[in-house]
Design a protein around this ligand. Structure first.
Ligand code: NDP
Length: 301
């Protein structure tokens, strides 16, 4: 069985799909403002100065403001203790103007990440990582629109749906079983009635497992691990990976972003594929804004 989109490989344009979602959210937030006199509020908490985290926080803040979400920035010093951070989260949990709380990961080593994520009120869980929301996702009915779902896998699902194909009964292989991508991705695909396989570092003959897939979602963190010949003709490939590698460009060594999939090779077989960058990344941010808006609506409607 293939996904049935003919012979041309299409590029799944995350920038464009994310822009459409942001436009829809902006309209919805304008409407909500008229109806309730309020707009959704997102608290963004960053501890320390990890360069990649600062880039993500800046991008998330900018996008949130653009769609009309109020952003409350809490940039804390590296030396912040677990107790201090928990206290701040608790304060945000009790602030009416804050509908979503995002704690940017990774946190410094002295802080227990899971403890902090668990301390976020489940109704303000903008990332969808709280155990209650994880549980709700796994038992949710098909059309549950008010769930707070982890942003990256939900963004992947929106991209798959943008292809207009029926996902029901398709063989989907998710490579990676992290709590933030792999596992919730598998749950979402299961909800769409895919037959789901989760592969990971102990999976045997992973290339053979992938070759059976109509849909491959790679969330590993290993540059170009998924080779072209792992991809069945006309499968759809979503590449979540973001890896920084050194690459020679016109005699100069430069930093380059690549995914977990060998894009050039996989494109020869796939019917549709996401690029890196410009694929999953922008969708993750757009879905964070979506969750914040859902949290607002859950409280105010
Ligand atoms: P984790 O490191 O938490 O998980 C990686 C998963 O890959 C693990 O389940 C691991 O298996 C599996 N794995 C590692 N090596 C292999 C291998 N050789 N063969 C098969 N499976 C393997 O990563 P994340 O899920 O957090 O992120 C994955 C990638 O996605 C990263 O590149 C990250 O930067 C990117 N990412 C991108 C986002 C975006 O917005 N575009 C958002 C979030 C992440 P095991 O469990 O057995 O160790």
């Amino acid at each position: 069985m293939n996904i049935g989109r003919g012979n041309l490989t299409s590029l799944i344009n995350g920038n464009e799909i994310a822009q459409n979602l942001r436009n829809e959210l902006k309209e919805e937030i304008d409407d909500l403002k008229i109806k309730t006199g309020k707009v959704p509020g997102l608290a963004v908490v960053q501890v320390g100065n990890v360069a990649a985290s600062s880039v993500y926080v800046k991008a998330k803040t900018k996008s949130a403001k653009e769609v009309g979400i109020d952003v409350f920035d809490h940039h804390l010093p590296e030396e912040t203790t677990e107790e201090e951070l928990l206290k701040i989260v608790n304060t945000l949990n009790n602030q009416d103007k804050v509908n979503g709380i995002l704690v940017q990961l990774p946190l410094p080593k002295n802080i227990n990440e899971q403890l902090v994520l668990d301390s976020i009120h489940p109704e303000k869980d903008a990332d969808g990582f709280h155990p209650l929301n994880v549980g709700k996702l796994s038992i949710a009915s098909h059309n549950d629109e008010n769930l707070l779902i982890p942003c990256t896998p939900y963004g992947c699902l929106i991209m798959l749906k943008s292809l207009g194909v029926d996902l029901s009964g398709k063989n989907a292989v998710v490579i990676g079983r992290s709590n933030i991508v792999g596992k919730p991705m598998a749950q979402l695909l299961l909800k769409e009635s895919c037959t789901v396989t989760i592969a990971h570092s102990r999976t045997k003959n992973i290339d053979e497992v992938c070759k059976k897939a109509d849909i491959v979602i790679a969330a590993v963190g290993r540059p170009k691990m998924v080779k072209g010949d792992w991809i069945k003709k006309e499968a759809v490939v979503i590449d979540v990976g973001i890896n920084r590698i050194k690459s020679e460009v016109e005699g100069e060594i430069k930093n380059k972003l690549v995914g977990d999939v060998d894009f050039d090779e996989a494109s020869k077989n796939a019917s549709a594929i996401t690029p890196v960058p410009g694929g999953v990344g922008p969708m993750t941010i757009a879905c964070l804004l979506r969750n914040t808006t859902i949290a607002f609506k859950n409280k105010n409607q």
